[in-house]
Design a protein around this ligand. Structure first.
Ligand SMILES: Nc1ncnc2c1ncn2[C@@H]1O[C@H](COP(=O)(O)OP(=O)(O)OP(=O)(O)O)[C@@H](O)[C@H]1O
Ligand SMILES: [Mg+2]
Length: 235
């Protein structure tokens, strides 16, 4: 569904990504793991259209979208929940969710999609009219994911959904992500929490210092000695 080919990219003349190639297959959950500063979020910006690569191609459903602006990618069905969620804390949960439905592809069916999000996250229905700032970190993460779902994505991208959450909440969020995958959605997940992310993935990539240094089925990656060493979370 999504392919990156030979991507170089950076910020203000400093190169951060080096020859990055990866694929997110239709109906699968693909995970990118890697330490702090490896370039994971930068890869997502190249996919979303927030950062123009200096070399390489981004293909979505066979179309070259490398030069397409971000809003056209949303219309094409790419939707993300960014790192740190970027919610409007003073707006209600429902207002934040509805903001996700601004794309033409989603506007007409916003009410039905909202109902779908509330069924997935019943706690958000209970808190629909509260200011988002009053929610727990886990609930705010649910709002972030819910808002991305409001765009009716074909490909849902999540940047570190487990960041800063308690272990029990992380399991809950990962369970929901798994449900989305079981419902047939294509997912691309970025995580520092390599162990848990790989356990629910269909395919994994390992990034280090701006490059893909390993790729394969999660079982194989979880067995790699250096990956175990790099991530204390792997027992
Ligand atoms: N807006 C920016 N301007 C300049 N440099 C940036 C910018 N964003 C990221 N970088 C640099 O690019 C490199 C990769 O950062 P990136 O955010 O992609 O890493 P990451 O893998 O997502 O890390 P983390 O797990 O901490 O979120 C880092 O060296 C970072 O300092
Ligand atoms: Mg990041």
């Amino acid at each position: 569904m999504l392919q990156l080919e030979g991507i170089d990219a950076g910020y203000a003349g400093t190169q951060v990504l080096w020859d990055v190639a990866l694929e997110a297959k239709q109906g699968a959950m693909t995970v990118i793991v890697g330490p702090n500063g490896a370039g994971k979020s930068t890869v997502l910006k190249v996919i979303n259209g927030l950062l123009r690569p200096t070399r390489g191609k981004v293909l979505f459903q066979g179309n070259d979208i490398t030069r397409r602006p971000a809003h056209e990618r949303t219309e094409a069905g790419i939707s993300s929940c960014p790192e740190g969620r970027r919610l409007f804390p003073q707006l209600t949960v429902e207002a934040n969710l509805r903001l996700g439905a601004y794309a033409k592809r989603a506007r007409g069916s916003a009410d039905e999609t909202l109902e779908y999000v509330y069924r997935l996250f019943p706690r958000l229905r209970e808190r629909a009219h509260l200011k988002t700032i009053r929610l727990s970190g886990g609930e705010q993460q649910m709002v972030g994911i819910g808002r991305a779902l409001m765009a009716k994505p074909l490909l849902l991208i999540l940047d570190e959904p487990s960041l800063g959450l308690a272990p029990k909440t992380v399991s809950e969020i990962f369970q929901k992500v798994r449900e989305l995958r079981e419902g047939g959605l294509t997912l691309l997940l970025v995580e520092q929490n390599a162990y848990q992310a790989l356990r629910i993935a269909d395919f994994g990539y390992v990034m280090q210092e701006g490059r893909i240094v390993n790729a394969g089925p999660p079982d194989r990656l979880l067995d790699l000695e250096d990956l175990r060493k790099a991530y204390f979370a792997i027992p």
